[in-house]
Write a protein that binds this ligand. Sequence first.
Ligand code: HGY
Ligand code: MN
Ligand code: MN
Length: 423
Amino acid sequence: MSGYANVRRIRGLIEGLDRYTATPGRGTTRLSYSPEYSGARNFVAAEMTAAGLAVREDAVGNIFGRIEGSDPELAPILVGSHLDSVPNGGRFDGPAGVVAGIESAFLFREMALRPERPIEVVALIEEEGARFDGGLLGSRLLTGQLDPALLTELRDEAGISAAEAIAAYGLDPAEAGRAVLAPGSVHAFLELHIEQGPVLEAEGRDIGIVDRIVGLAQLKVTVRGRAGHAGTTPMNLRRDALVGAVAILAQLPDLARAVGADAVLTVGKMEVLPGGTNVIPDLVRFSVDLRAPSEAQLTRLIAMTCDVVEGGSGHGLDCQVEHQLYVPPTPLSPRIGAALTAEAEALGLSHRVMVSGAGHDAMIMAGLAPTGLVFVPSRGGISHAPEEWTDYPQLARGIDVIFSTLRRMAGVSVPEPAGRLQS
Ligand code: HGY
Ligand code: MN
Ligand code: MN
């Protein structure tokens, strides 16, 4: 079955964006408000403009490109994803969804389609939380789920607050409250994302229609001990924060297993201070990322983790947990899921309904408007790594579903797709 999206243009957009990385040759590292992010922002703004969109940036750096509707008073449909990355990640995680919006805009322009309802392509900031703990910052601010006052408290590893980073980026953090979108001001949110798992590839399917996203929590554990000389401090007199942290960490994976086969727990970041080879560590901080499909499982896993951490206190060690993010399991809109499925059917694409084990801006935007999420296959199920890959024709098929659904939801007549997928 033929499609709409221009594979060559999609490839150019993804590869163009991937130039903006702090680790060329070692994956995509594009932290929010960084010089690389600023480059990507300018690239996206230029491509949005070329696609005929009216471009604006909100007070925290979310970028919007608007196709005006014949009835501009109608609440817009938002379509997009995030522009930031994890350290040494892949080129598709986030940009695939931003490109889906931009390519859809190009198609609207080329087909001279005028939507009745406005459409806004969005590039959201700080979804990953690679710079500011918790992540989902751009979408949580948009939907009023993050108090703008927190921007002065969230700090990166260099101690720079989000507010300072926003100001250095050229925006005014004091205006962050004005970025909040009022309830009812968005008709729907659509996101295309790579699956980041093995299911679609294993089943040979083109499209995933996500009906729910697992619950997600992020904790920060701090273990305090006492620094000392590695050579002169007897083992029985030590208050070694790293030994204490490791004793805690070693117990954590079994907690996820105890909660259920589909619960997961990850310690991805650890800081050991003061960091001298001949100094007994007196301060260790590490992250704990928890996920489970049901709220009961997630809250139980959080409680068990907190118990293990607090049990590490004593013998001169003090162990504390800080709760940084909690997002309950999020069901997505069945109505939008059905619309996405109908378009996949009409395009002759194989598809299935599935859960998302990864978090997405969609789980936050669902608090503001009916939300749909489309997956395209990930090679080997790999993501958050330089090897992350999706074939461009596969991405184009996902974009066809987004474009077709946008067109129908925005009230545009539906010409048949032209020609074959461009190679
Ligand atoms: O962590 C996640 O699931 C997403 O990549 N932010
Ligand atoms: Mn992502
Ligand atoms: Mn990610």
